[in-house]
Design a protein around this ligand. Structure first.
Ligand code: HEC
Length: 145
């Protein structure tokens, strides 16, 4: 049921997402991401970004958690094999995960996705570049950094 709902969400045209991305950083919706994931980060180091932005939910060992919400493990996660998937989820959010595309720039997304794909028992060594992120971000304006 949850899964079907999320697939339906993912299938929606990108227009509303683009519109939301245009909201100023301090708008209520964008603050959802900042409030759950901290005030953001200026680091471009994947490990640091993971610790500052992702770890609060996915845990230091990336094994996720269950409780009020289920946070999937990123450790040993075969869904990271195709870099496009984690890039898309980080940019646009998914279910209980906030979209972080307004918080992180292309370099930061590439760096943290590259980090999780090569740590926590994941060995996907093909590089993730800011260009890969920009391509998935589409025509929406990049956040001010
Ligand atoms: C507020 C909590 C939260 C934060 C912060 C967060 N996530 Fe998530 N993440 C989730 C939840 C919840 C899901 C499950 C979404 C769903 O499928 O309903 C998820 C799903 C994912 C997935 C998909 C996993 C799968 O098996 O489908 C990836 C990849 C991911 N997160 C990476 C990241 C990265 C990288 C960061 C940091 C840049 C991050 N997340 C920050 C809560 C969070």
């Amino acid at each position: 049921m949850r899964r079907v709902f999320h697939q339906a969400l993912a299938a929606l045209p990108t227009l509303p997402v683009v519109a939301l991305a245009l909201l100023p950083m301090r708008a209520a919706h964008a603050d959802v991401a900042s409030s759950v994931a901290g005030a953001g980060t200026t680091s471009t180091d994947g490990q640091v970004i993971y610790a500052q932005v992702c770890q609060g939910c996915h845990q230091a060992n990336a094994k996720g958690a269950t409780g009020a919400a289920t946070i999937p493990a990123l450790a040993g996660n075969p869904k990271l094999a195709n870099a496009g998937y984690p890039i898309y989820v980080v940019l646009n959010g998914k279910g209980g995960m906030p979209w972080l595309g307004t918080m992180l720039n292309d370099t930061q997304v590439a760096s943290v996705v590259g980090y999780v794909r090569t740590h926590f028992g994941n060995h996907y060594t093909d590089p993730v570049t800011p260009q890969d992120v920009a391509a998935l971000r589409g025509p929406a304006p990049t956040p001010e950094k």
